[in-house]
Design a protein around this ligand. Structure first.
Ligand code: MRU
Length: 352
């Protein structure tokens, strides 16, 4: 392991200090939170200070490594802590993937000896980070081949550098197309209830000088009807074998709208987001969150509540988009269209 600094996570090897940028406070306040022990990281993951499928996996891996280096625990303790980290949020499979890599599940399956030294865990954590950066680059390049000059692209939630350690997934494609001079413009869904689009995607696009317009989630239909959107790009938290995928709540509505208006709709994610344990979207566990998030809003400005606090709420953090309304899934290994998804191409790919 070595020291590193990405947009929303950093580590100092000298003093074993791990920090994450508090994404709840963006865009106005850039405040770093110290993860001193795995229980801190678990709280930060749950409260979405650190968020985005790839990044929570990385934060958990680094937290496990840091703990082993600091405390020199025994194997049972390491496995116990990895389980606690793994359970911090239920939907993004990248978290489970990262923990399986760290505790070397594949070696258990082959009855081989695992190495829990902090040196080895450091290597494994860095491998996850390095792969993530490369997969972001590859997805972005594949995705950009689809983008035509002058397109208006709608995106939902945040899938950029604050959610990964690379260029991002859907936002990586946007970034790459912009870099290639394709003269694109982005419509950003604000993404209620936690406003990842309104706070984080705008923050990243603003920093990069990519032209964008922020809209409320309920405005996309009007723009689509008026021919103002040529493509939709979103990320994923978990993709089932058949291409059904879970992503931020509201993604399904956007997919239905895009389907109705004949607008290409793509999901962009690394292969590590494909979960072979899920045959279809029905098998993906969906996180339900605190009613307060729907009764009002919170952020750098504090907590505001507009509904009666007794209001009954429904607050799933994610929804599932079925394969029959997806144009394609863009992975680091290539682009897979609806027919390929339905014929379980992802299953074959992952089993290779
Ligand atoms: O609840 P969040 O903010 O962690 O949800 C994030 C998303 O749904 C993203 O679209 C997904 O994780 C992909 S991030 C590259």
């Amino acid at each position: 392991m070595k020291s590193f600094e990405f947009l929303s996570i950093r580590y100092n090897f000298e003093n074993n200090k791990l920090e994450i940028l508090d994404q709840r406070k963006l865009p106005d306040i850039e405040e770093w939170l110290v993860c001193s022990k795995p229980s801190d990281t678990i709280v930060y993951i749950k409260q979405l200070s650190v968020r985005g499928a790839p990044l929570i996996g990385i934060a958990a891996s680094m937290s496990l490594y840091q703990y082993v280096r600091a405390e020199n625990p025994n194997v049972d303790q390491i496995i116990h802590v990895s389980k606690e980290l793994r359970e911090a949020r239920p939907t993004a499979v990248n978290l489970m993937y990262a923990m399986d890599e760290m505790i070397q599940v594949h070696l258990v399956e082959d009855h081989l000896t695992r190495d829990f030294s902090h040196e080895n865990l450091g290597k494994l954590a860095w491998k996850i980070i390095d792969q993530e950066v490369q997969m972001c680059d590859q997805m972005s390049k594949w995705g950009a081949t689809l983008i035509q000059n002058g397109e208006n692209i709608l995106t939902h939630c945040n899938t950029g550098s604050v959610a990964t350690v690379g260029m991002g997934t859907a936002l990586g494609v946007i970034r790459e197309a912009h870099k290639q001079g394709k003269n694109i413009h982005v419509y950003v869904d604000e993404t209620r209830p936690l406003l990842q689009g309104g706070r984080l995607t705008t923050y990243e696009l603003q920093r990069e000088g990519i032209p964008y317009t922020l809209i409320c989630d309920n405005m996309a239909a009007t723009l689509m009807r008026d021919g103002k959107i040529q493509r939709v790009l979103v990320g994923a938290d978990r993709i089932a074998q058949n291409g059904d995928f879970a992503n931020k709540i509201g993604t399904y509505s956007v997919a239905v709208l895009a389907h109705f208006h004949n607008i290409p709709f793509h999901c962009v994610a690394p292969l590590s987001t494909v979960d072979l344990n899920c045959q279809s979207g029905k098998d993906i566990p969906i996180e339900e969150r605190n009613p307060q998030e729907v009764q009002g809003a919170s952020g750098a400005f504090g907590q505001v509540r507009w509904a009666p606090k007794e209001s009954k709420t429904f607050n799933p953090a994610f929804d599932v988009t079925p394969n029959n309304i997806i144009t394609s899934i863009i992975l680091d290994s290539g682009i897979y269209n609806q027919e390929q998804l339905k014929s379980l191409e992802l299953l074959k790919l992952k089993k290779k």
